[in-house]
Design a binder for this molecule. Structure first.
Ligand SMILES: C[S@@+](CC[C@H](N)C(=O)[O-])C[C@H]1O[C@@H](n2cnc3c(N)ncnc32)[C@H](O)[C@@H]1O
Length: 272
């Protein structure tokens, strides 16, 4: 699966249940091709993916809003931001930094500017930075981020990204987060536990990805145990949710049985 394609699909899914996702701008990314791809993805893998993605957006949107309300953050830094629309769903006073592959951020920046000109999107302070997490990025990215944040409090978001990375790239990112954040700052992260790899839904996901010319097995897909977060140096795990717990919180009726659901786990950490 192309990472770009996965970003568009995430937006399509958020737009299919706006009441649940609370993302009223995801639909801006809609076009016929992206909708057809998303419909095929839902049919081939799991129809529960719509509400799973909507709840993920809802959970992080509420987390960000709460931290803003408590005056705990000034900057939102989204690693692998794709086509998510958080900056436009929160207060204009926040500084936003969106980091993704250069072709993604360049395209997003152009479309955002166009939609703002057409008054389809409100104005926000958004800094776009093109980076590939599989390359050496630390020094340059550190300087760029610090020149924007000027040591202000931040919430780092990394959702729907770790699945695509290698373990060493994941560790490098979390080490980098530790360097750019200070005491009291937050990380919101999403990953799969190993258990998901035993499900029929995950087997279907692999088939779907490999049908597109890849040749990957379950062991090539990054999953993280809870203890990765519980033992993360310099951070305290302050919240853990998944599709089932969020479905209870937001009264989402679950239709399929567990074996047919890709259950992602959502974590919030705070720096010591
Ligand atoms: C499924 S999308 C999720 C996008 C966004 N976080 C969201 O939840 O809407 C995955 C994103 O991770 C980005 N990504 C994957 N591998 C990456 C890498 N090596 N370097 C930078 N970005 C990467 C992709 O470009 C894509 O935008």
């Amino acid at each position: 699966m192309e990472t770009e394609e996965s970003g568009f699909m995430t937006s399509m899914l958020r737009s299919y249940n706006e009441a649940l996702s609370k993302d009223s701008y995801a639909k801006l990314w809609k076009n016929e091709k992206r909708e057809a791809l998303t419909k095929a993805y839902l049919n081939e893998i799991s129809t529960e993916e719509t509400n799973a993605h909507c709840l993920r957006n809802r959970y992080f949107l509420e987390t960000i809003k709460t931290r803003i309300k408590n005056n705990e953050i000034d900057v939102l830094i989204n690693f692998g931001s794709g086509f998510s629309m958080y900056p436009f769903l929160i207060t204009p006073s926040l500084i936003n930094i969106e980091i993704d592959k250069p072709q993604i951020v360049n395209y997003k920046k152009k479309k955002i500017a166009q939609w703002q000109k057409e008054q389809l999107l409100p104005k926000r302070e958004v800094h776009f930075i093109g980076v590939d997490f599989s390359k050496a990025y630390e020094q340059e990215l550190y300087t760029k981020i610090l020149s924007i944040t000027k040591n202000k409090s931040s919430l780092i978001l990394i959702e729907g990204v770790l699945f695509f990375l290698k373990m060493n790239e994941c560790n490098k990112l979390f080490n980098f987060f530790r360097k750019i954040q200070k005491t009291g700052d937050f990380i919101g992260s999403v990953s799969f536990n190993d258990a998901v790899k035993e499900t029929t839904a995950f087997q279907k996901l692999l088939t779907y990805i490999n049908k597109k010319g890849n040749n990957i097995s379950a062991s090539d897909c990054l999953s993280l145990p809870d203890c990765f977060y519980e033992q993360l140096e310099g951070y305290k795990l302050i919240d853990r949710q998944d599709y089932y717990s969020l479905s209870k919180t937001y009264s989402n009726p679950i239709k399929l049985n567990k074996d047919l659901i890709l259950n992602e786990v959502f974590y919030v950490l705070q720096k010591d």
